[in-house]
Design a protein around this ligand. Structure first.
Ligand code: VIB
Length: 222
């Protein structure tokens, strides 16, 4: 049987569930999350996005084909030209100024996660890098879908975090998530059991670092 992305998820089902169904996510869904926790998360997510732009630049460098190079360039362009601007605007709505963002120190959880992804891409090939990126690329879409499947989730004006859910349930984001899964499914189909084992380690570590990122938000840790 050829491997698929779903096999990576199944290889660390416990960690994956702890990430998708994290207490931060549950509270965001029912609207009970402390605004300070969300603001701390938003600030660190700004720094996270900048490092992720670098990871897409690294993906361009590691691209063996023109098609991969285009995909990496589109990812980098989306973050630099669109998503960072939207994030800055969203932070402003939450009372966080652009100046404050520009002077933030990186929390240890942000440092650990982003530098882990960059190091994995540096040491390995494009598949290693994509696997390290996939909890981010796939997880947030899955989180939006999981929240929408829950009775406890509050949508609309009654939930101050509704716009966050709306962003990740959007067709544009869900399509990008599916495209990433297809890309991984195509590559994973050809890997050996030994190589798959290596990739599961990367996937599990990146998922654990996503859990730490949520914990950082809840505990306001730096
Ligand atoms: C900790 C953390 N993990 C994942 C995302 C979601 N995300 C960040 S960059 C990117 C790809 C380009 O859009 C995606 C899906 C986030 N914002 N913060």
């Amino acid at each position: 049987m050829p491997y698929q992305f779903s096999d990576l998820r199944d290889s660390c089902a416990g960690e994956w569930r702890d990430y998708i169904e994290h207490r931060f996510v549950q509270q965001l869904g029912d609207g009970s999350l402390a605004p300070e926790a969300f603001q701390h998360y938003l600030k660190q997510d700004y720094l996270f996005l900048i490092q992720f732009a670098r990871a897409f630049a690294l993906a361009a460098y590691k691209s063996p084909t023109l098609s991969d190079l285009r995909q990496a360039k589109d990812g980098l362009q989306a973050i630099v030209d669109t998503e960072l601007g939207l994030h800055i605007e969203y932070c402003r709505e939450w009372g966080i100024s652009e100046e404050e963002l520009a002077n933030l120190p990186e929390a240890r959880a942000t440092l650990a996660y982003t530098r882990y992804v960059l190091d994995t891409g540096n040491r390995g090939d494009l598949l290693d890098l994509h696997v390290a990126l996939s909890p981010c690329m796939v997880g947030y879409g899955e989180i939006a879908n999981w929240l929408n499947s829950r009775e406890a989730t509050v949508r609309g004006d009654a939930n101050p975090y509704d716009a966050w859910i709306a962003m990740y349930e959007s067709e544009e984001f869900q399509d990008a998530m599916q495209a990433e899964i297809r890309w991984l499914d195509e590559r994973l189909a050809d890997v050996s059991p030994g190589r798959f084992e290596q990739l599961t380690r990367i996937f599990r570590d990146a998922t654990r670092l996503e859990i730490d990122f949520w914990n950082m938000g809840l505990t306001l840790s730096d």
